[in-house]
Design a protein around this ligand. Structure first.
Ligand SMILES: CC(=O)N[C@H]1[C@@H](OP(=O)(O)OP(=O)(O)OC[C@H]2O[C@@H](n3ccc(=O)[nH]c3=O)[C@H](O)[C@@H]2O)O[C@H](CO)[C@@H](O)[C@@H]1O
Ligand SMILES: C=C(OP(=O)(O)O)C(=O)O
Length: 428
């Protein structure tokens, strides 16, 4: 069952809580390999990427207790890993790349066949990761696979990254937390999930200054201890539920403690006519005017641009595009992160959306499209499936989204949650 059948035009109403953030739980799971002590995580999302990690951990002899009902996971790894274990990395998910640092630190050697693709957003680089590991002293053997050896406890390093990469920053944090001395990363990523990993490493015994900024200073510990951490709520999911509620013509409340992360995200969706009310621990979408906020600046097209945090996230651009198709004005979407993240926009034409891909980074969606239900094909990009669903749910009639299963990589019980709010969507 990989297609979604969507009967659009039904308002969603009600209250719900978001799940834990996929991009936080996965590096946190990688950090569990830095200690022999047990680690407990709560608010763990029940997603397929997590299943792949659990399967891998069990295959290397780790004790994993996963309570799906309670959304908790406790893991304890074996003291030594076999050579076999390091050949079994859960590939074809991007987060596998963050296993490199902990496995090197634990085992001293690893082989990795450079397949760490994740969503089909364009090139997913591995070079910054390997460069960080080599800077910390890993030696690389010649050959097609990445074959690294780390002989001693690494010494602290100062690195100035070419760009603020989420997972490369996480690789830096993982290795620097066990290095001797104080390491500094300049041009670090600062996304909420990067911050969550920092806080976990601090609880395990590292000292980290600059959390949430572009310069991280990490003093490592020879031995790290266990931790008991809550995975932060997923800000992508908060915005997604609000967008779906708003475009459906309903009123949806999301209860969460991460509203401190949401101001710019809500502002950008408000630019597309969504109306919000917030309390200290909830946000409600109360309506959708469909009007695009017009800039006062002469000749300027309204735009929403995505870039590394604290900009609007690239992983929320497809959802914003999904909202914009029902707007009365034109909007330019600018993905400053990926060069291959907009090709799917041709699918929008099937819904009757008028849009123009100016270049691989910029898409203009024109207002006043006459929308109609359609069968569309989703690319292997989680958030684009959601973006297509946001488009489909606002259109009267039955639409079908082919190959929608990437949604299961990040959003647990997604269709069940929406059904409880009144949506008519099913897997087929
Ligand atoms: C498992 C995980 O956490 N995945 C997230 C992580 O992926 P990931 O860590 O792979 O993404 P990066 O932050 O490295 O950026 C992805 C690519 O964008 C390009 N790039 C990025 C930033 C920049 O300033 N210049 C630049 O050119 C690079 O080619 C890079 O390879 O961060 C991405 C950007 O928030 C998100 O979409 C992914 O969901
Ligand atoms: C692109 C994403 O994930 P990944 O990097 O794991 O493919 C995402 O979470 O939207």
């Amino acid at each position: 069952m990989t297609d979604l059948v969507v009967n659009g035009g039904r308002p969603l109403n009600g209250t719900l809580r978001p799940n834990g953030n996929k991009n936080a739980v996965l590096p946190m799971l990688c950090a569990t390999l830095l200690t022999d002590a047990p680690v407990r995580l709560s608010n763990v999302p029940d997603i397929t990427d997590l299943e792949k990690f659990i399967e891998y951990f069990r295959s290397i002899g780790s004790d994993v207790a996963h309570d799906q009902q309670a959304a908790t996971l406790t893991v304890r790894h074996p003291t030594t890993l076999t050579d076999d274990a390091i050949e079994r990395l859960p590939l074809r998910i991007r987060s596998a790349i963050m296993l490199l640092a902990p496995i090197l630190l634990r085992h001293g050697h690893l082989r990795f066949d450079v397949d760490a693709k994740g969503c089909a957003l364009g090139i997913r680089e591995i070079d910054p990761h390997i460069a960080i590991l080599r800077t910390f002293g890993a030696e690389m053997a010649p050959g097609d696979a990445v074959d690294l050896t780390l002989r001693d406890r690494p010494a602290a390093q100062a690195i100035w990254a070419e760009y603020a990469s989420v997972t490369a920053t996480e690789t830096f944090l993982l290795i620097a937390s066990m290095a001797e001395g104080t390491s500094v990363l300049t041009n670090a990523a600062s996304e909420p999930h990067v911050q969550a990993l920092c806080h976990m490493l601090v609880e395990m015994g590292a000292t980290i200054d600059g959390i949430g900024t572009s310069r991280l200073s990490v003093t490592g510990a020879a031995t790290l201890g266990g931790a008991d951490r809550r995975v932060p709520d997923d800000h992508h999911e908060v915005a997604t539920f609000l967008a779906l509620g708003g475009v459906s013509g309903g009123r949806v409340t999301v209860e969460t403690d991460i509203l401190g992360e949401m101001p710019l995200i809500l502002d950008q969706f408000a630019k597309l006519g969504l109306q919000f009310e917030t309390t200290p621990d909830s946000v409600t979408v109360t309506g959708w005017t469909r009007e695009v906020t017009q800039p006062l600046t002469a000749q300027m097209t309204p735009k929403i641009e995505a870039a590394p945090w604290p900009y609007f996230p690239a992983d929320l651009l497809p959802q914003a595009i999904g909202v914009s198709v029902g707007c009365r004005g034109d909007v330019m979407f600018w993905n400053k992160v990926y060069e291959g993240a907009m090709g799917w926009s041709a699918e929008l034409g099937k819904f009757g959306v008028r849009c123009h891909l100016s270049d691989p980074h910029r898409l203009i969606v024109f207002g006043e499209s006459r929308l109609k239900p359609a069968e569309v094909e989703a690319p292997y990009i989680i958030r684009v499936v959601v973006g297509l669903l946001i488009a489909a749910i606002q259109i009267d009639g039955t639409s079908r989204i082919l190959n929608a299963d990437p949604i299961r990589r990040a959003h647990p019980r997604f269709i069940e949650n929406l059904t409880a709010l009144g949506a008519d969507i099913r897997w087929e």
